[in-house]
Design a protein around this ligand. Sequence first.
Ligand code: ZN
Length: 137
Amino acid sequence: MRDGLADELANWMRRGYPYEVVALLLGSFDSADDIVITQCVPVANQALDPSRHFVMDPQGWLTADTQAQSLGLDIVGMVHSHPDAPPYPSHADSASAALLGTRFVYLIAAVDAGGAVEMQAWRWDGQMFCEQRLQCR
Ligand SMILES: [Zn+2]
């Protein structure tokens, strides 16, 4: 992950609290297992109950895709927040990950009322989520 991006994301998750905040991650696939994240594109959360769920505005995908293409990048993953909940994937997360496939990185940011943010990256292996290490460079 690009240096500084984690802080940007954390601040943004704090601002969105107590609602779930969602964004698409742009970057590149270095090798089969290495993903470099360099940008994030905020996407509106259209869920009826945005404190417990997220539904991405489809327009957000188009915006992110256009931005990715203009920068020579790919959409490599997504990030969303879990207000007052740990950064572990929910059943809903598993369902959407199954649709998005195994190359996608799934970043979850736990955020609480005190502003503490804990991020964990996940990768769907076709059956379940596996923890993914996150490095800043
Ligand atoms: Zn979730």
